[in-house]
Design a protein around this ligand. Structure first.
Ligand SMILES: NC(=O)c1ccc[n+]([C@@H]2O[C@H](COP(=O)([O-])OP(=O)(O)OC[C@H]3O[C@@H](n4cnc5c(N)ncnc54)[C@H](OP(=O)(O)O)[C@@H]3O)[C@@H](O)[C@H]2O)c1
Length: 233
């Protein structure tokens, strides 16, 4: 069988980059995307020679035209997509108060963390439906869990909670199409976003994502997981 084709957003650094590496090592063909083309090409160069092959394409998930251009590229080059990892995100806004936020920051967080994955799913689910097979992983966060939600990181927490809701809705919409849609928390990871004090490595964070990529056909859908174990919403 041909290797599955996997696309990762925000993959020039952090968990997205490591997810690409682990996908390649596991035998997937990978489309690494990055909003900064030069940084993305450099990241792709670092992964050269691993596994079944890597392609790069620019992608700003907050820009619908950029998503349309990527979709045209994937259709022309590969004719299909099997795995979508919605990893890109911004504004872990520890500096903001929910009672007095900068709404420009909130807008950017919504455009990137919620509308980005949403538009990506709308663009690529039809390619998965053509083959009656797909895996979508929305990289979420414990910050989006309603049961333990505090007042901190308002833009980030609200957009990740909304991403979780979107995950459930999409999973139900494509049930029966062979497409599994799950939200995954990578844990608190040492990246630019997570900071140096985080207890987990990027390898551990990306492994949490890979678990949901590699689910068998009878695996769960519409769930929220960390390290393959359910997380309370
Ligand atoms: N690190 C943690 O502790 C932690 C915990 C829970 C959840 N997460 C989640 O894990 C995922 C990856 O986080 P990370 O720690 O690897 O973060 P990171 O190091 O800050 O990397 C974020 C990535 O997203 C990209 N990005 C931002 N806006 C984008 C846009 N509009 N279009 C395309 N790409 C964009 C960034 O690109 P640039 O380089 O151009 O900025 C970068 O590649 C995120 O969804 C995050 O919310 C992380």
């Amino acid at each position: 069988m041909d290797p599955h084709i996997a696309l990762v957003t925000g993959a020039n650094r952090g968990i997205g980059f490591e997810t690409c590496r682990q996908l390649l090592q596991t035998g997937y063909r990978v489309i690494l995307t990055s909003r900064n083309a030069e940084k993305g090409r450099e990241a792709a160069r670092q992964l050269e020679g691993i596994g079944a092959g890597l392609a790069f394409h620019p992608l700003d998930v907050s820009n619908p035209e950029s998503i349309a251009a990527l979709r045209a590229f994937v259709e022309a080059e590969f004719g299909r997509l099997d795995v979508l990892v919605n990893n890109a995100a911004i504004h872990y806004d520890t500096w903001q108060k929910v009672t007095a936020p900068d709404f420009a920051t909130v807008d950017e967080a919504i455009a990137t963390n919620l509308l980005g994955p949403w538009r990506m799913c709308v663009a690529f689910i039809p390619l998965m439906q053509k083959n009656h097979w797909g895996r979508i992983v929305n990289v979420s966060s414990g910050s989006g869990a309603l049961h333990s939600m505090g007042s901190e990181t308002p833009a980030y927490g609200v957009t990740k909670a909304a991403l979780n809701a979107l995950t459930i809705k999409l999973a139900k919409a494509v049930a029966g199409d062979g497409i599994l849609v799950n939200a995954v928390c990578p844990g608190w990871v040492r990246t630019d976003m997570g900071g140096a004090a985080a207890p987990r490595s990027v390898e551990q964070g990306a492994a949490s994502v890979l678990w949901a990529v590699k689910l068998p056909d009878d695996g769960p859908t519409g769930g929220f997981f960390r390290d393959g174990k359910g997380v309370e919403w």
